[in-house]
Write a protein that binds this ligand. Structure first.
Ligand SMILES: NC(=O)c1ccc[n+]([C@@H]2O[C@H](COP(=O)([O-])OP(=O)(O)OC[C@H]3O[C@@H](n4cnc5c(N)ncnc54)[C@H](O)[C@@H]3O)[C@@H](O)[C@H]2O)c1
Length: 363
């Protein structure tokens, strides 16, 4: 199959949808891979590395003029002209947020498979997980940095030193992002508590850290008790398909210690702190009473090298299956992948997206 990788065009998007190792694997299985010139630059992958791995470097038109396009972000309006009925597009799509893009895919007859909707039988989202891992680990590091007095924080060194206490950290949500925040905080030597509604999630934390981390069932009462003694709070809750619940009210933040830091990873789902508003890497923080908030909705964007490799490690097995079997057979073989098909044959194929846009044709 002929597979194309265009350069990402969305503002501040430096990831790319394939690594040289991925190119090598596709090519060694008999496929042809074309990569747009400069597509890897933001992730520090020079064109020569792709060529060494077996790709051809091409123009943007050629990168789109293929059977299967692998991308990172959804097409933007300047790319709609490349959509065709004989094209399969595999990328993050977030269609519920854009009627314009959904209409463009339907009208072009493109087969659009969304990374974020690929879902295994146990409800796991394998193509979202690596980005939660990045965001979780980054939250611990960014939060630690914001505790420095030079960043406006409490002036605390997270691990403390012999004879001086470490920072007290609370993580709300022990899923993919939260457990990754936790691993870094433990590594840094913080005094950590994690809250979740799921006792199974807390059991996994307890098994892993053997008492080194306090686990507490989440409730407004326990959150208040933890936050009033915390230097750093990381919010990482998710209720799938819903806006994030507001687990930290404004009046509680007002009573926190001066210079404390709150990082809301769940900002992309509306945020789990009442005071959250989305910020960008250019201006990532704001203050609320005594506290500093960090609420960047695309945290992985700050570490495109790590994120590119993390994302492509997860997407490549699906891309190989699509290339090997064609999308229809691949979806029959792999139900997780089939759940990702949002548009094909000029119709919306997903009930929630169809309900969102009742004027567009649906299967
Ligand atoms: N900001 C970013 O750049 C970025 C990047 C990746 C992911 N995210 C977001 O991070 C959030 C977490 O993602 P995830 O992959 O860790 O999800 P996940 O499903 O793996 O984990 C969420 C956890 O929250 C728990 N939870 C739900 N309600 C709770 C409550 N009231 N109190 C305590 N815990 C509660 C769930 O039981 C679950 O364990 C999502 O909103 C995701 O979109 C943001």
């Amino acid at each position: 199959m002929l597979i194309g990788i265009p350069k990402e065009t969305k503002n501040q998007e430096d990831r790319v949808a394939i690594t040289p190792a991925g190119v090598h694997q596709l090519v060694s299985q008999g496929h042809d891979v074309v990569v747009e010139q400069g597509a890897g630059a933001g992730s520090r992958i020079p064109d020569e590395e792709y060529v060494e791995a077996g790709a051809r470097m091409v123009s943007v038109e050629e990168a789109w003029g293929v059977e299967l396009v692998l991308k990172v972000k959804e097409p933007i309006p300047s790319e709609y002209g490349y959509l065709r009925s004989d094209l399969v597009l595999f990328t993050y799509l977030h269609l519920a947020a854009s009627e314009e893009l959904t209409r463009a895919l339907v009208e072009a007859g493109t087969t659009a498979i969304a990374y974020e909707n690929v879902e295994t039988d146990d409800g796991a989202l394998p193509l979202l997980a690596p980005m939660s891992e990045v965001a979780g680990r980054m939250a611990a590091l960014v939060g630690s940095h914001l505790l420095l007095a030079t960043s406006g924080g409490r002036g605390l060194l997270v691990p403390g030193i012999p004879g001086v206490r470490p920072a007290v950290a609370t993580v709300i949500g022990a899923g993919n992002a939260g457990s990754n925040a936790l691993s870094q905080l433990v590594g840094l030597g913080a005094d950590v508590t994690v809250l979740d509604l799921s006792i199974d999630a807390l059991r996994r934390v307890d098994d892993q850290y053997g008492g080194r981390v306090r686990t507490v069932v989440s409730s407004p009462y326990e959150i208040e008790k933890c936050l009033l003694r915390s230097d750093l709070v990381i919010g990482a809750v998710l209720v799938p398909g819903r806006k994030a619940p507001k687990v930290v009210p404004h009046e509680l933040v007002e009573r926190m210690m001066d210079g404390s830091v709150l990082v809301d990873i769940a900002v992309d789902q509306g945020g789990c702190f009442e005071d959250t508003r989305a910020t960008s890497h250019d201006d990532p923080t704001f203050t609320v009473g005594p506290a500093t908030f960090y609420c960047v909705a695309n945290m992985p964007g700050a570490v495109p090298v790590t994120s590119t490799y993390g994302l492509t490690n997860a997407t490549l097995p699906f891309a190989l299956q699509l290339a090997h079997s064609g999308w229809q057979t691949a979806c029959q073989e792999n139900t997780a992948l089939s759940r990702g098909v949002l548009v094909s044959g000029g119709k919306i194929q997903h009930s929630a997206i169809a309900a969102e846009f009742p004027d567009l044709p649906a299967a």
